[in-house]
Write a protein that binds this ligand. Structure first.
Ligand code: CP
Ligand code: NVA
Length: 304
C-alpha cells in the first residue's frame, strides 16, 4: 500500500481537504464542550524542526497529546541529522519507530526525500516552498467566519513566498480567485502561477489586488533563512503594508489573515492586526491545532 503524505495541498483531493476542515470544526466543538475522544492512544508523532517555530510546534505537540498519543521533538542540534546523516537513512530509521512524522525544513526536496523513504505518513510543517498546514487553518477560519470560500476573491499582498505558493494551490483546491500583489522581483514561482493562470493573477499594485476582495492575506517580508536580506527588503517592500487604508478598498465584510509571527509596522499595521472586526489572526492561529488534529486523524485512518 502506498503511504499517504501531505507535502502540499495537492496531495489530497479537494473533497478530502473539505472533509478535514469539517472535522477540524467538529473537533474544536468537542474540545470546547469537553466531549473530545482520544482515538490516537499509543500513537507517536515525530516532529523534526530545522527552523524555529511557536505555533506549529505547540499545535502538533498539544494536538497529538489531546488525541491520546505523544510527540517527540527532534532538532538537528541533538540528532544525527545535524551531523550529516543522510535524510534518507534518517527517514528509514525514524519511520520504523513512530506512526507519523512532521518535518519543518529548508529545501522542499529534503522533505520529498524523507517522504520517499518513510513507511509512515509525512506532513510538511513548512519548507522554503510551501506551508500547507497553515492553509488548512486559514480555510477553516474563513469557513467559520464567512462560510464557503468557493467563488470568493482572495488578495495576497507581499512576498511571493512559501505561504503565497500554498495560497496558489489553495485557489485551485478550494475554488477561489487569487490576486497576488508583490514588488517586482518577488513574484511567486512562475511555473506554479502560470499553471493556475485561470484563477491566479499578479500585479505590482496592492490596491488593484485588494479592490473588492473578500479576504486579504500577508506574511513577513523576510522569511526564515532570509534574515540577512531583512533591511534591504524593508526598502523593497515599501508601499506593500496592509493597513486600514488598503483594507478600505476590499469588500465591506472582508477579513484579514496573517500566519504569524507578524512584524507590526512592516507588512501589517499594528492597528489593523489588533482590529478584531477585520483581523482574525488569533482564531487563525488557534485553528492550527484543530486543523492538524483532523489532518493527522485523516492520514492515520488512511494508513490503517
Ligand atoms: N505560522 C507558523 O507556522 O508559525 P510558527 O513559525 O510559529 O510555527
Ligand atoms: N514565510 C514565513 C512563514 C512563517 C510561518 C517563513 O517561511 O518564515
Amino acid at each position: 500500500m502506498t503511504v499517504q503524505h501531505f507535502l502540499t495541498l495537492n496531495d489530497l483531493p479537494a473533497t478530502e481537504l473539505r472533509d478535514i476542515i469539517r472535522n477540524a470544526i467538529e473537533l474544536k466543538r468537542q474540545r470546547s464542550n469537553n466531549s473530545a475522544q482520544q482515538p490516537l492512544t499509543g500513537k507517536v508523532l515525530a516532529m523534526i524542526f530545522e527552523k524555529s517555530s511557536t505555533r506549529t510546534r505547540v499545535s502538533f505537540e498539544a494536538g497529538m497529546a489531546q488525541l491520546g498519543g505523544s510527540a517527540l521533538f527532534l532538532s538537528p542540534n541533538d540528532t544525527q541529522l545535524g551531523r550529516g546523516e543522510p535524510i534518507e537513512d534518517s527517514a528509514r530509521v525514524i519511520s520504523s519507530m513512530v506512526d507519523i512524522v512532521m518535518v519543518r525544513t529548508f529545501a522542499h526536496s529534503k522533505i520529498e526525500a524523507f517522504a520517499a523513504n518513510s513507511r509512515v505518513p509525512v506532513i510538511n510543517a513548512l519548507t522554503d516552498d510551501y506551508h500547507p498546514c497553515q492553509l488548512l487553518a486559514d480555510m477553516q477560519t474563513y469557513v467559520e467566519k464567512r462560510g464557503d470560500i468557493a467563488g470568493k476573491t482572495v488578495a495576497w499582498v507581499g512576498d511571493g513566498n512559501n505561504m503565497c505558493h500554498s495560497y496558489i494551490n489553495a485557489a485551485a483546491q478550494f475554488d477561489f480567485e487569487l490576486r497576488i500583489a508583490c514588488p517586482k522581483g518577488f513574484e511567486p514561482d512562475a511555473s506554479l502561477s502560470q499553471r493556475h493562470s485561470d484563477r491566479v493573477s499578479i500585479t505590482q499594485k496592492p490596491q488593484d489586488a485588494v479592490a473588492g476582495a473578500d479576504l486579504v492575506v500577508t506574511d513577513t517580508w523576510a522569511s526564515m533563512g532570509q534574515e540577512d536580506e531583512k533591511q534591504q527588503r524593508i526598502e523593497q517592500f515599501k508601499g506593500f503594508q496592509v493597513n486600514h487604508e488598503l483594507m478600505s478598498l476590499a469588500a465591506g465584510d472582508a477579513l484579514f489573515m496573517h500566519c504569524l509571527p507578524a512584524y507590526r509596522g512592516m507588512e501589517v499595521s499594528s492597528e489593523l492586526l489588533e482590529d478584531g472586526a477585520i483581523s482574525v489572526v488569533w482564531d487563525e492561529a488557534e485553528n492550527r491545532l484543530h486543523a492538524q488534529k483532523a489532518l493527522m486523524l485523516h492520514l492515520l485512518q488512511a494508513a490503517s
